[in-house]
Design a protein around this ligand. Sequence first.
Ligand code: DLL
Length: 437
Amino acid sequence: MKMRNYYQKEIETASREEILKIQNEKIVKQVKYVYDNVPYYRNLMDQNGVKPEDIRGVNDIQKLPFLTKDDLREAYPYGLLGTDLKNCVRIQSTSGTTGKRVVAFYTQKDIDMWEECCARAIVAAGGTNEDVVQVCYGYGLFTGGPGLNGGSHKVGSLTLPMSSGNTDRQIQFMMDLNATILCCTPSYAAFIGESLAEKGYKPEDNKLKAGIFGAEPWTEEMRRSIEKSLGIKAYDIYGLTETSGPGVSFECEEQTGMHINEDHFYAEIIDPKTGEVLPEGSKGELVFTSLDKEGFPLLRYRTKDICVLSRKPCSCGRTHVKMTKPMGRSDDMMIIRGVNVFPSQIEAVLLKEGYTPNYQIVVDRVNNTDTFDVYVEFSPEQFSDKIADVQAREKDLNGAMRSMLGIGPKIHLVAPKSITRSEGKAVRVIDKRKLHD
Ligand code: DLL
């Protein structure tokens, strides 16, 4: 029989009853903890007439109110903190305006839990202490780099903390130090694959055996193309800053969905319109409850990611529920080259820089890399037909967008009234990417 490796075998392969027992015990504690320590959520519970004693297990979870990104915004920055700041050792954050930015706090225990989740993902992709793990997710506030970096340490692999970008250097380290596992966004993996080919390398010239790719939507087609260009098996990994970062769920060798680390996160699928909890197998919005977080515990947090959960037994032996790849979002957030972008952020920059809110965002994926164009109308007063003027303004606007979003779109300034006016809801975004199968 094939050897199966798990980072924490006992819990990863625990029976349904054992997992439920753990979840039931943890949820009671976590709800009491939140009620006692997070006034913002306590108020929400009080308004909804729910007391901690009403929650005796995960079956009672539906009594609790949802938490949304708006709540996070309202409570920014400390309103959802679960413990004294002096007990926290780190923050991570999403890109975005102050309004949309999420700042998550971690105690050392939270970091250990998060890194263990990432370690499970690395081991599921075949990682051991003999591997060389090249992490080219961004480091810093973004959770991708720090999460996989920590996971790789826990596994005992040699970790290359590359961060993203500087592809020539990535390739040099990959080849010279014999990297065996690559961690980055799928679009960057595809780009690395292309760059290797351009340099004359064949897939068998590198020592990579696996890749752990996530943070943005990608299709099965893209998986096959990355697997071919790098000569590896490509695994999906999912997570969000609010819940800790990558590793909330991860793929195993079966590559048919991601196991959710159910001993730490309780998942529900709801109807995004009515909030009604849907039965297993239904497509809907994913909602997470953290079961043992200290710094930034979240009860019934609406992720806006649309997916399906399945408890079909998995050949890898893991028993934790699987989620499909996110099939879309119930809000207007786009993920462009791994960066979360809301149209409202673009509008905010335009208004701040004195432009009209007549704009259109066009996103496409060419050669596995996202293109990001923003068409902006001059107002009649601003209009200029001097090329140098227009170029200088486009450059300025690109810079202003880059500092707001962390990613700079190609700006096209166009004549007044040239963007088609809509008769209903304005069509702000034209997303030509085929992100979902
Ligand atoms: O993207 C955390 C992460 C880092 C996940 C590295 C995986 C690898 P945020 O920047 O807060 O966190 O963005 C979270 O990204 O709600 C999804 O919409 C999307 N997302 C994350 N992973 C996947 C994935 C990180 N595997 C948001 N497939 C989430 C599709 C994903 N979408």
